[in-house]
Structure formats: structure tokens, C-alpha cells
Design a protein around this ligand. Sequence first.
Ligand SMILES: Cc1cc2nc3c(=O)[nH]c(=O)nc-3n(C[C@H](O)[C@H](O)[C@H](O)COP(=O)(O)O)c2cc1C
Length: 334
Amino acid sequence: MNLDLATTYMGLELANPLVASSSPMCDKVARLQRLEEAGIAAVVLPSLFEEQFDLESWSLHESLMAGTDSYAEALSYLPELPACPLGPHRYLNAVESARAALSIPVIASLNGASPTGWVRFAKDAESAGASALELNVYYIPANPDMPSSAVEQRYVDLVALVRSAVKIPLAVKVGPWFSSPGHLFRRLSDAGANAIVLFNRFYQPEFDLEKLEVVPTITLSTPEELRMRLRWVAMLHGRIGADLAITGGVHRGRDVLGCMMAGARVAMMASALLQHGPGHVTTILSDIREWMGENEYQSIRQMQGCLSQQVCPDPAAFERANYLKVLGAYTLSG
Ligand SMILES: Cc1cc2nc3c(=O)[nH]c(=O)nc-3n(C[C@H](O)[C@H](O)[C@H](O)COP(=O)(O)O)c2cc1C
């Protein structure tokens, strides 16, 4: 059977819904080429961090670091900046090289929380040939004086600012912890975001009780983490202008199929590629084809949103009903 795996994402025509999420897997042209050969449809480059393109932020970082010496237990909350060797100029070179070496879309990624420097970099990334831009707003609202409306406004302002500077498609990668995520995502869409990427993983620090230290740790994801993403995409599909993308917990062919059925345009992968290498893309695509053949699906588009709650008049009530159902179904033996 002739299976059509094509999808569109922010207006980009993709051969299939598999995108390599921002991670060290995408930091070298040779690896990007291996991903393309294996069948990946688009790649997101590792982020350029706000702290790497702004001198003021560097000084701020240094002064924060200086301050932490008096608080041993807080020291590791402010680690050295990520070991990304690329400053803005080298980053833009990396965008250019990736574009020259690949025929699939190359999405540049900016990671930050304040407007500093984003506009200049966004313009430069566009000039360097980035097919699109992903903004990773990594911000922990730790200040109890800051109301949620101010936190959300920060996101909206960032998107509006970057949108006014570039014409290329713009995705925003966000975390799940908002009082009304759908409302914020719609505002981001109205401010010019072409896609919302659900959800950022916030790395949780561990407490080392012996050394009395807070240790930042990176753990790779498991497919369990996908469930929360599927649920939110299923609830929001068709209710927000921007495309929805899933990142977090996509490891297998069935995970990608689930993302499509929930209503996502693409499924992004980082952990699974870091664990299994670029060749894993070929395995996943072959599993997807096999499943589609067995279940008589001809195209990915045909299944996108089929398990969403688009036609459900009140998803909140539906969710509550399901909550009661699962609690009621739990039986204790003995
Ligand atoms: C080692 C590592 C580095 C990452 N670097 C970035 C980054 O630079 N920018 C970014 O937006 N996300 C980054 N991420 C997050 C991933 O892009 C992805 O959103 C997250 O890992 C969840 O997807 P997964 O379950 O497929 O790993 C990184 C993840 C890992 C594991």
C-alpha cells in the first residue's frame, strides 16, 4: 500500500511527522546528516542561550555566582552555563552549515526568559537561513510577589517582540504549569506564534543529603511522560490557531501515532535519539508504516486529531468524568 506520512508544521511541508528536538544529537553536521539519512523530517538545533549572547546577562550571572558563595546549599542552583561552545556568531555559522548540508528544514532555537538580545539574534538566524525559529522560554517564576498575569504577559511580550522582527515561522516551547494553559497558548498564537511545543521538561534538582548539596541532574525521559502531553494536545486541538507539537516522552512508533491522533502536527524526539542513535528514526518510521498498513490508514493527515476532544462541547467536564471513572474502577484485592 502507498502510505502517505506527510504533514505540515507551521507551513513547512514535512515528509513525515518525526522531528529531532533540540539536543546534543543535533550539534554536529555529520550527526544531522545521519538523522536525515535515517528519515528525520526536520531538525531543531541545540539552543543558543540568552546568557550566551548578552554581555549584561553574563555580568548578572557572574554577580549571582559571586553571591552564592555564602549559601553553600544554594550553590548548585546556579551552575556554570551549559557547555554549549557556540556563541552567537558560531551559532549562526552552524545554522548556515546545517542548511547547506541538509535538504530538510533546520529550525534554530533560542533559550531564554527576558527580551534581551532576542530580536537581534532572531533577525540574524533568519538571515543565516533558518527555516524557522523555536523560542524556549525557560522561566521558573520563583518570586511569590509576581502574579501569574505578569508571568504570562512576559511570554506574550517575548513572542510579539520576536514576531515583529522576523518573517520565518515561530514556535514557542512552553512548560505545563499555567493556571489556564489553553488561554495562554491562544494568546501566544494571537501574538504571532505559529506553533506551541508542549512541553518543556524542567530538570528537577536532587538533594544530596550527605554532602548537603542541591545537585542538578539530567535524566532522559520515558514514554510515561507522553501521557500528559497527549492529554493536553487532545484537549486543545482545534481550539487554538497555532499548530501543536509534542516534545517529551516520544520513544516509539506507537508514541508518534498517539501524538498524531491527539492532534499534533509533529512529534519531537531527544532522549530516544540520544539513547539509540540516529538509526532509531528508521525503526520508528518502519513501525509506523507497519501499524498503518495493518490498521488500514493511508495517511498521517487522516488520523491527525481523531482522538482529540475537538467535538467535545466541554472537555473540562469530560476530564472530570474520566477522573471519577478511573478512581471508581480501582479495586483493592484482599
Ligand atoms: C541533553 C539534553 C540537552 C537538551 N538541550 C536542549 C536545548 O538546548 N534547548 C531546548 O529547547 N531543549 C533542550 N533539551 C530538551 C529536549 O529538546 C526535549 O524537549 C526534552 O528532552 C523532552 O523530549 P524527550 O522526551 O524526547 O527527551 C535537551 C534535552 C536533553 C536530554
